[in-house]
Design a protein. Structure first.
Length: 326
């Protein structure tokens, strides 16, 4: 919330506002006024619980979770949180963790251990993911398995001791990062799909709100990836050199392996065949579906190589896995 003199509310800046600004290339040192919403939804001092909930549910055509309260002069006097009115707030969706990969690039660590079960700071990678989902208010989880999948189902069971409900879909053959979704039935309207080899501190609630706010068919988590060209880059017009840039830095948003998907979209996925989430994205783009990018600024690492695993093990703690199982 942005306030001026005498604490009068000027506007609000949400997580989504900041992420949209990042996509537009607006740097962090710019004036907050560039992205501030100067006509936010507010309640007046003395608002009842029922009135506050009604405003949060219908005030701007989409659900909001925080409601500023101002007095007659516009001074900010309170902030109402949905969770304070309703108790623990569970997200109305299921999560699917794709954990069936063979981890071939992580050999020999994955000779006898599926990649999602590699140890990071005393816990399997998959346990870190499940704990984060639970903390975000997600209780229903399906894990797809293939390579050494029994180790995963034996360790996590039905999920009760981890505070969630876990089902499993064992792939008889590898079905890609999205093929198993064509075999599942979901009760909610939105599904969170993520790879089982990712460690991240992304705010799943913020990503879900972003997805709904934009009315997206599919929201892809993206990560800004930068690399420096190790040479001077020359721009030529025929044989004439027009510019020389010494070791420029290139930047791209890359797929972070986390998606929010609307249930009707899943009908596009063929059954019993290998199919990747990127195939689904390409189809939606071809059909002019609404696909949006959610930039992840929080910690994120895809553990695809031994060097990645060594890096994350040192960041989370000294505990790592040598791939052996007694």
């Amino acid at each position: 919330m942005v306030c001026g003199e005498e604490d009068k509310l000027i506007g609000v800046v949400t997580d989504g506002d900041i992420r949209r600004a990042l996509l537009q290339g607006i740097p962090f040192d710019r004036d907050i006024a560039m992205i501030c919403n100067k006509t936010p939804l507010v309640a007046r001092e003395g608002v009842t619980r029922a009135e506050a909930l009604r405003l949060m549910d219908t005030g701007r055509g989409f659900i909001v979770n925080q409601l500023p309260v101002v007095d007659y002069s516009g001074k900010l006097v309170d902030l109402i949180l949905r969770s304070d009115l309703t108790g623990e707030e569970l997200l109305p969706l299921s999560a699917v963790i794709m954990a069936g990969g063979g981890g071939t690039r992580l050999r020999p660590l994955t000779e006898n251990v599926p990649k999602p079960m590699l140890n990071v700071s005393g816990k399997p990678i998959l346990e870190h993911i499940i704990n984060q989902l639970r903390g975000a208010g997600i209780r229903s989880i399906t894990i797809t398995t293939h390579y050494l999948g029994e180790q995963i189902s034996t360790y996590f069971g039905d999920g009760r001791k981890f505070g969630v409900t876990i089902d499993y879909l064992a792939e008889e053959k590898p079905m890609g990062t999205g093929g198993a979704l064509g075999l599942m039935n979901f009760t909610g309207e939105t599904v969170l799909v993520m790879n089982g080899d990712i460690l991240t501190q992304v705010n799943f609630r913020a990503m879900f709100d972003f997805h709904r706010e934009h009315g997206a068919d599919l929201t892809m988590g993206t990560r800004l990836y930068e690399f420096q060209v190790p040479f001077g880059v020359v721009e030529c017009d025929d044989v004439t050199i027009r510019s020389l840039v010494e070791k420029p830095v290139q930047a791209f948003f890359v797929n972070a392996g986390i998606y929010f998907v609307q249930k009707p979209v899943l009908s596009h996925i063929p059954k019993e065949v290998s199919y990747n989430m990127t195939d689904l994205v390409q189809r939606l783009l071809a059909e002019r579906g609404k696909v949006v990018s959610f930039p992840i600024r929080e910690y994120w690492l895809d553990i695809g190589r031994v060097s990645d695993y060594n890096s994350v093990a040192s960041e989370y703690g000294s505990s790592r896995d040598d791939g052996s199982r007694e």
